[in-house]
Design a protein around this ligand. Sequence first.
Ligand code: MG
Length: 318
Amino acid sequence: MAVDAEPSGRWTDPPVRYPDPAVRVLDPRFARYRIVSAAVERLATGFRWVEGPVWFGDQRTLVWSDVPGNTMWRWDEISGAVSTFRSPSNFSNGNTRDHQGRLLTCEHLGRRVTRTEYDGSVSVVVDSFEGRRLNSPNDLVTASDGAIWFSDPTYGIVYDYEGDRADPELPTAVYRVAPDSGAVTAVVTGLVQPNGLCFSPDERLLYVVDSGTSPGSIHVFDVEGATVGNGRVFADMSPGSSDGIRCDTDGNLWASAAGGGDGYDGVHVFDPDGTLIGQILLPEQCANLTFGGRKRNRLFMAASQSIYSLYVDASGCV
Ligand code: MG
Protein backbone atom coordinates (compact mmCIF):
# COMPACT_ATOMS: atom_id res chain seq x y z
CA MET A 1 0.00 0.00 0.00
CA ALA A 2 1.40 3.34 -0.98
CA VAL A 3 1.94 5.91 1.71
CA ASP A 4 1.46 9.46 0.63
CA ALA A 5 4.20 11.93 1.46
CA GLU A 6 3.26 14.23 4.30
CA PRO A 7 3.61 17.96 3.92
CA SER A 8 6.51 17.89 6.36
CA GLY A 9 8.45 15.69 4.00
CA ARG A 10 8.68 13.08 6.72
CA TRP A 11 8.47 10.16 4.30
CA THR A 12 10.43 11.68 1.47
CA ASP A 13 13.85 11.33 3.08
CA PRO A 14 15.19 7.82 3.65
CA PRO A 15 15.52 6.86 7.31
CA VAL A 16 18.94 6.59 8.91
CA ARG A 17 20.24 3.09 9.58
CA TYR A 18 21.28 2.72 13.24
CA PRO A 19 23.71 3.42 14.67
CA ASP A 20 23.60 6.88 13.14
CA PRO A 21 26.93 7.35 11.31
CA ALA A 22 26.68 11.06 12.16
CA VAL A 23 27.58 10.17 15.74
CA ARG A 24 31.26 9.27 15.68
CA VAL A 25 33.11 7.56 18.50
CA LEU A 26 36.72 8.70 18.20
CA ASP A 27 37.83 7.38 21.58
CA PRO A 28 36.36 4.51 23.64
CA ARG A 29 35.51 6.99 26.38
CA PHE A 30 32.74 8.41 24.19
CA ALA A 31 31.03 5.09 23.45
CA ARG A 32 29.05 5.11 26.71
CA TYR A 33 27.40 8.38 25.76
CA ARG A 34 26.18 7.27 22.33
CA ILE A 35 22.75 5.67 22.11
CA VAL A 36 22.92 3.25 19.19
CA SER A 37 19.20 3.53 18.46
CA ALA A 38 19.07 7.31 18.41
CA ALA A 39 19.58 9.50 15.37
CA VAL A 40 20.14 13.18 14.75
CA GLU A 41 16.76 14.79 14.09
CA ARG A 42 16.11 18.08 12.32
CA LEU A 43 13.36 19.78 14.31
CA ALA A 44 13.02 23.03 12.39
CA THR A 45 14.63 24.84 9.49
CA GLY A 46 14.35 27.95 7.37
CA PHE A 47 16.14 30.45 9.61
CA ARG A 48 19.21 32.60 8.88
CA TRP A 49 21.66 32.02 11.74
CA VAL A 50 20.34 30.32 14.85
CA GLU A 51 21.96 30.74 18.25
CA GLY A 52 21.29 30.67 21.95
CA PRO A 53 19.13 27.58 22.52
CA VAL A 54 17.66 27.42 26.04
CA TRP A 55 15.42 24.75 27.53
CA PHE A 56 12.26 25.48 29.55
CA GLY A 57 11.47 22.20 31.24
CA ASP A 58 8.34 23.57 32.87
CA GLN A 59 6.94 24.38 29.44
CA ARG A 60 8.61 21.51 27.56
CA THR A 61 9.82 24.15 25.16
CA LEU A 62 13.06 25.08 23.47
CA VAL A 63 13.61 28.78 22.79
CA TRP A 64 16.35 30.10 20.53
CA SER A 65 17.46 33.19 18.61
CA ASP A 66 17.67 33.72 14.88
CA VAL A 67 20.19 36.54 15.18
CA PRO A 68 19.97 38.19 11.72
CA GLY A 69 16.29 37.20 11.56
CA ASN A 70 15.80 39.50 14.56
CA THR A 71 13.41 36.97 16.08
CA MET A 72 13.31 34.48 18.92
CA TRP A 73 11.52 31.20 18.24
CA ARG A 74 10.15 28.34 20.31
CA TRP A 75 9.65 24.66 19.63
CA ASP A 76 7.04 22.72 21.57
CA GLU A 77 8.19 19.24 22.58
CA ILE A 78 4.66 17.84 22.70
CA SER A 79 3.28 19.05 19.39
CA GLY A 80 6.49 19.76 17.50
CA ALA A 81 5.06 23.15 16.58
CA VAL A 82 7.37 26.08 15.96
CA SER A 83 6.13 29.58 16.69
CA THR A 84 7.42 33.06 17.31
CA PHE A 85 8.56 33.76 20.85
CA ARG A 86 9.65 37.42 20.45
CA SER A 87 9.87 39.66 17.40
CA PRO A 88 11.69 41.92 16.98
CA SER A 89 14.23 40.51 19.38
CA ASN A 90 16.82 43.29 19.22
CA PHE A 91 18.97 40.81 17.31
CA SER A 92 19.18 38.57 20.35
CA ASN A 93 21.96 36.01 20.56
CA GLY A 94 22.76 33.85 23.61
CA ASN A 95 20.10 32.86 26.14
CA THR A 96 20.04 31.11 29.49
CA ARG A 97 17.89 31.02 32.62
CA ASP A 98 18.78 32.28 36.06
CA HIS A 99 18.21 30.22 39.18
CA GLN A 100 14.73 31.64 39.53
CA GLY A 101 13.96 30.34 36.04
CA ARG A 102 13.85 33.74 34.39
CA LEU A 103 15.08 34.12 30.84
CA LEU A 104 18.36 35.99 30.39
CA THR A 105 19.19 37.22 26.90
CA CYS A 106 22.13 38.83 25.12
CA GLU A 107 20.99 41.52 22.70
CA HIS A 108 23.16 42.88 19.91
CA LEU A 109 20.98 45.86 19.07
CA GLY A 110 20.53 47.03 22.63
CA ARG A 111 24.15 46.06 23.36
CA ARG A 112 22.92 44.69 26.63
CA VAL A 113 21.96 41.69 28.72
CA THR A 114 18.30 41.56 29.67
CA ARG A 115 16.10 39.58 32.02
CA THR A 116 12.51 38.71 31.16
CA GLU A 117 10.46 38.98 34.32
CA TYR A 118 7.56 36.71 35.24
CA ASP A 119 5.07 39.31 34.01
CA GLY A 120 6.77 39.54 30.62
CA SER A 121 8.44 42.89 31.15
CA VAL A 122 12.10 43.14 30.18
CA SER A 123 14.69 44.52 32.59
CA VAL A 124 18.21 45.59 31.69
CA VAL A 125 20.82 43.65 33.64
CA VAL A 126 23.82 45.45 32.16
CA ASP A 127 24.54 47.63 29.14
CA SER A 128 27.77 49.41 30.04
CA PHE A 129 31.05 49.05 31.85
CA GLU A 130 32.86 51.97 33.47
CA GLY A 131 30.63 54.42 31.62
CA ARG A 132 31.12 52.99 28.13
CA ARG A 133 28.67 50.92 26.11
CA LEU A 134 29.20 47.21 25.80
CA ASN A 135 30.05 45.92 22.32
CA SER A 136 27.45 43.21 21.73
CA PRO A 137 26.91 40.62 24.46
CA ASN A 138 27.04 37.19 22.84
CA ASP A 139 26.59 34.41 25.36
CA LEU A 140 26.07 33.97 29.08
CA VAL A 141 25.88 31.58 31.97
CA THR A 142 24.77 31.83 35.58
CA ALA A 143 26.91 30.58 38.44
CA SER A 144 25.45 28.81 41.47
CA ASP A 145 25.82 32.02 43.51
CA GLY A 146 23.55 33.81 41.05
CA ALA A 147 26.29 35.78 39.32
CA ILE A 148 25.91 36.23 35.58
CA TRP A 149 29.01 35.72 33.45
CA PHE A 150 28.79 36.91 29.85
CA SER A 151 31.02 37.47 26.84
CA ASP A 152 31.22 40.73 24.93
CA PRO A 153 32.84 40.38 21.50
CA THR A 154 32.17 42.79 18.63
CA TYR A 155 30.19 40.58 16.24
CA GLY A 156 26.98 42.56 16.66
CA ILE A 157 28.51 45.92 15.73
CA VAL A 158 30.91 45.08 12.91
CA TYR A 159 28.15 45.25 10.29
CA ASP A 160 24.44 45.86 10.01
CA TYR A 161 23.41 42.25 9.46
CA GLU A 162 23.23 41.33 13.16
CA GLY A 163 22.69 44.73 14.73
CA ASP A 164 23.81 48.30 14.12
CA ARG A 165 27.32 48.97 12.89
CA ALA A 166 29.31 50.98 15.42
CA ASP A 167 32.81 51.52 16.70
CA PRO A 168 33.64 49.58 19.84
CA GLU A 169 33.92 51.60 23.01
CA LEU A 170 35.45 48.80 25.04
CA PRO A 171 37.97 46.02 24.48
CA THR A 172 36.41 42.59 24.21
CA ALA A 173 36.05 40.78 27.52
CA VAL A 174 34.14 38.35 29.68
CA TYR A 175 32.32 40.12 32.49
CA ARG A 176 30.77 39.04 35.77
CA VAL A 177 27.67 40.68 37.20
CA ALA A 178 27.55 40.26 40.97
CA PRO A 179 24.32 38.70 42.23
CA ASP A 180 23.42 41.26 44.88
CA SER A 181 25.03 44.56 44.01
CA GLY A 182 24.93 44.16 40.23
CA ALA A 183 28.55 45.33 40.19
CA VAL A 184 30.24 44.49 36.92
CA THR A 185 33.85 43.34 36.71
CA ALA A 186 35.95 42.31 33.72
CA VAL A 187 37.16 38.80 34.49
CA VAL A 188 38.71 37.64 31.21
CA THR A 189 40.58 40.05 28.95
CA GLY A 190 43.06 39.37 26.22
CA LEU A 191 41.01 37.03 24.06
CA VAL A 192 40.31 38.31 20.54
CA GLN A 193 36.60 37.43 20.39
CA PRO A 194 35.39 35.73 23.59
CA ASN A 195 32.25 33.83 22.67
CA GLY A 196 30.64 30.76 24.26
CA LEU A 197 31.35 30.02 27.91
CA CYS A 198 30.44 27.52 30.59
CA PHE A 199 31.58 26.21 33.93
CA SER A 200 32.79 22.74 34.79
CA PRO A 201 30.26 20.85 36.97
CA ASP A 202 32.07 21.86 40.17
CA GLU A 203 32.49 25.45 38.91
CA ARG A 204 36.21 25.28 39.53
CA LEU A 205 36.88 25.84 35.85
CA LEU A 206 35.54 28.37 33.36
CA TYR A 207 35.75 27.47 29.68
CA VAL A 208 35.71 30.30 27.14
CA VAL A 209 35.79 30.03 23.36
CA ASP A 210 37.91 32.46 21.39
CA SER A 211 36.37 32.52 17.93
CA GLY A 212 38.45 35.49 16.80
CA THR A 213 41.63 33.55 16.15
CA SER A 214 42.18 31.35 13.14
CA PRO A 215 41.75 28.55 13.91
CA GLY A 216 39.53 29.07 16.90
CA SER A 217 40.42 27.80 20.35
CA ILE A 218 38.84 26.93 23.67
CA HIS A 219 40.50 28.31 26.78
CA VAL A 220 40.12 27.21 30.37
CA PHE A 221 40.59 29.30 33.49
CA ASP A 222 40.80 28.44 37.17
CA VAL A 223 37.90 30.12 38.94
CA GLU A 224 39.07 32.07 41.95
CA GLY A 225 35.98 33.35 43.71
CA ALA A 226 34.58 36.25 41.72
CA THR A 227 37.38 36.20 39.16
CA VAL A 228 39.69 33.78 37.39
CA GLY A 229 43.37 32.98 37.37
CA ASN A 230 45.54 32.64 34.33
CA GLY A 231 44.08 30.80 31.39
CA ARG A 232 45.48 28.12 29.16
CA VAL A 233 44.44 26.59 25.88
CA PHE A 234 42.12 23.64 26.45
CA ALA A 235 41.49 22.67 22.84
CA ASP A 236 42.60 23.75 19.40
CA MET A 237 39.60 23.81 17.06
CA SER A 238 41.69 23.64 13.89
CA PRO A 239 40.73 23.96 11.08
CA GLY A 240 37.48 25.68 12.14
CA SER A 241 36.22 27.20 15.35
CA SER A 242 33.79 26.70 18.18
CA ASP A 243 31.11 29.12 19.36
CA GLY A 244 28.75 27.87 22.10
CA ILE A 245 29.76 25.20 24.63
CA ARG A 246 28.24 23.15 27.47
CA CYS A 247 29.53 20.66 30.03
CA ASP A 248 27.82 17.43 30.98
CA THR A 249 27.72 16.18 34.55
CA ASP A 250 30.82 14.04 33.96
CA GLY A 251 32.76 17.15 33.02
CA ASN A 252 33.01 16.46 29.30
CA LEU A 253 32.88 19.59 27.16
CA TRP A 254 30.41 19.60 24.26
CA ALA A 255 31.53 22.25 21.79
CA SER A 256 29.78 23.53 18.69
CA ALA A 257 31.98 23.28 15.62
CA ALA A 258 31.82 25.46 12.53
CA GLY A 259 33.93 26.41 9.59
CA GLY A 260 35.63 23.08 9.03
CA GLY A 261 33.21 21.76 6.44
CA ASP A 262 31.77 18.31 5.95
CA GLY A 263 33.13 15.84 8.49
CA TYR A 264 33.92 18.63 10.96
CA ASP A 265 30.89 20.87 11.43
CA GLY A 266 28.51 19.89 14.22
CA VAL A 267 29.53 19.15 17.80
CA HIS A 268 32.92 18.06 19.14
CA VAL A 269 33.03 16.34 22.52
CA PHE A 270 36.13 16.66 24.68
CA ASP A 271 37.15 14.64 27.71
CA PRO A 272 38.08 16.87 30.67
CA ASP A 273 41.73 16.17 29.80
CA GLY A 274 41.20 17.90 26.44
CA THR A 275 41.08 14.80 24.24
CA LEU A 276 38.58 14.89 21.39
CA ILE A 277 36.55 11.73 22.04
CA GLY A 278 33.46 12.09 19.86
CA GLN A 279 31.75 14.05 17.14
CA ILE A 280 28.20 14.69 16.04
CA LEU A 281 28.32 15.63 12.40
CA LEU A 282 25.74 18.02 10.99
CA PRO A 283 25.21 19.20 7.43
CA GLU A 284 25.46 22.81 8.62
CA GLN A 285 27.80 24.91 10.75
CA CYS A 286 26.80 24.65 14.40
CA ALA A 287 26.80 27.79 16.54
CA ASN A 288 25.47 26.66 19.89
CA LEU A 289 23.90 23.84 21.87
CA THR A 290 22.13 23.01 25.10
CA PHE A 291 20.85 19.97 26.93
CA GLY A 292 17.12 19.65 27.50
CA GLY A 293 14.35 17.22 28.14
CA ARG A 294 13.24 15.86 31.49
CA LYS A 295 16.58 14.16 32.12
CA ARG A 296 18.63 16.82 30.32
CA ASN A 297 19.79 14.01 28.04
CA ARG A 298 18.53 15.47 24.78
CA LEU A 299 21.08 17.62 23.04
CA PHE A 300 19.67 20.55 21.08
CA MET A 301 21.93 22.05 18.43
CA ALA A 302 21.49 25.43 16.76
CA ALA A 303 23.17 25.10 13.40
CA SER A 304 22.99 27.86 10.81
CA GLN A 305 19.49 27.56 9.32
CA SER A 306 18.21 24.62 11.40
CA ILE A 307 17.62 23.23 14.87
CA TYR A 308 18.69 19.62 15.47
CA SER A 309 18.42 17.26 18.41
CA LEU A 310 19.99 13.99 19.53
CA TYR A 311 19.29 11.82 22.57
CA VAL A 312 22.53 10.89 24.33
CA ASP A 313 23.36 8.93 27.47
CA ALA A 314 24.82 12.01 29.10
CA SER A 315 23.18 14.68 31.19
CA GLY A 316 23.88 18.35 30.74
CA CYS A 317 24.79 20.66 33.58
CA VAL A 318 22.02 23.06 34.42
MG1 MG B 1 28.02 32.72 20.33
